[in-house]
Design a protein around this ligand. Structure first.
Ligand code: F6R
Length: 242
C-alpha cells in the first residue's frame, strides 16, 4: 500500500487527476471504476478541464460505478447515475452507453447484481478503481462487517452512513436505506485502486485502513491485500497516522 500525504484537498484532487490522466493516455480504452460522494468531485472537475483542453480523452473509455441507491430510478436527482452525469459524464467525451452504474430500479435486483459482475468481467475487468472512504471505513457501500470476499450485492446502510449522507437530501425527501454495491472482493480484483480522503473526519478511518489490522470491522483495510493500492490523503486525514 502506497500512502501519499499532501497539504490539502486541492493537492489530493490534482494528484488523483494525474493518475487517471496517465492511465487514459497509456490505455485509452481503460475500464474506469468510479465513485460518488463529495471527495471525488474536485478530481472530476480537474479531469473535465483536462478533457476540454484536449489533454485527455474518454472517447474509448468504459466505466463502472461502485454503488447506487436501491429503489431510485436513473433520472432521480438523488441517484448516483444522475450524480455521475452532472459531475462528469455530461462534460466529457465519454460514450454514455459505455458507462455503467448499478441499476437501482432493477425489477430483480439480485439478478442485476450478478449481471453487473458479468458486465465487469466481459469488459475485461477494472483497470483502475477510484474510492472514497466512509468515517466507519466503508468503501463503496461495504459497511463494517462486510465479507472481505463479497461480490456485488444488496447492502443495508448503517445509521452512521445514512446520517452522513443526509446532507445531500432535503428534510422532506425520501432517503433510501438500501444500496447495490460492488463487493470488497470485486474491488480487490481491480488492477489498481486509488483511495482519496480529505479532512479530519476521515483521520480515524485512515489510521485503521493503513495501520490497523486487516479486519471486516474496517472494510478499507482489505486494501492492504491489494498489490497496487494508492491512498492519497491531505494532512488532516493523515493526522492520526503514527
Ligand atoms: C460513493 C461511495 C462511498 C463514498 C464514501 C465517502 O460511491 O462509494 O463509499 O466514497 O461514503 O463519501 P464522501 O466522499 O462524501 O465523504
Amino acid at each position: 500500500m502506497k500512502v501519499v500525504i499532501l497539504k490539502d484537498a486541492a493537492a489530493v484532487a490534482a494528484y488523483g487527476a494525474d493518475i487517471f490522466s496517465k492511465q487514459l493516455k497509456q490505455k485509452p480504452n481503460s475500464v474506469l471504476g468510479l465513485a460518488t460522494g463529495s471527495t471525488p468531485v474536485a478530481l472530476y472537475k480537474a479531469l473535465i478541464a483536462r478533457n476540454q483542453n484536449g489533454d485527455v480523452s474518454f472517447a474509448n473509455a468504459h466505466s463502472f460505478n461502485l454503488d447506487e441507491y436501491l429503489g431510485l430510478a436513473d433520472d432521480h436527482p438523488q441517484s448516483y447515475r444522475h450524480f455521475m452525469n452532472v459531475n462528469l459524464f455530461d462534460h466529457v467525451d465519454i460514450d454514455k452507453t459505455n458507462t455503467h452504474v448499478p441499476p437501482g430500479n432493477a425489477k430483480d435486483p439480485r439478478a442485476a447484481c450478478e449481471q453487473y459482475e458479468r458486465d465487469i468481467t466481459d469488459a475485461g475487468g477494472i483497470d483502475i478503481q477510484l474510492l472514497g472512504i466512509g468515517r466507519n471505513g466503508h468503501i463503496g457501500f461495504n459497511e463494517p462487517s462486510s465479507s472481505l470476499a463479497s461480490r456485488t450485492r444488496i447492502k443495508t446502510l448503517t445509521k452512521e452512513t445514512i446520517a452522513d449522507n443526509s446532507r445531500f437530501f432535503s428534510a422532506d425527501e425520501y432517503q433510501p436505506q438500501l444500496s447495490i454495491t460492488m463487493g470488497i472482493g470485486t474491488i480487490l480484483e481491480s488492477k489498481k485502486t486509488v483511495l482519496l480522503a480529505t479532512g479530519e473526519a476521515k483521520a480515524e478511518a485512515i489510521k485503521a485502513t493503513v495501520e490497523g489490522p486487516l479486519t471486516a470491522a474496517c472494510p478499507a483495510s482489505a486494501l492492504q491485500l491489494h498489490p497496487d493500492a494508492v491512498i492519497i490523503i491531505d494532512e488532516a486525514a493523515a493526522s492520526q497516522l503514527s
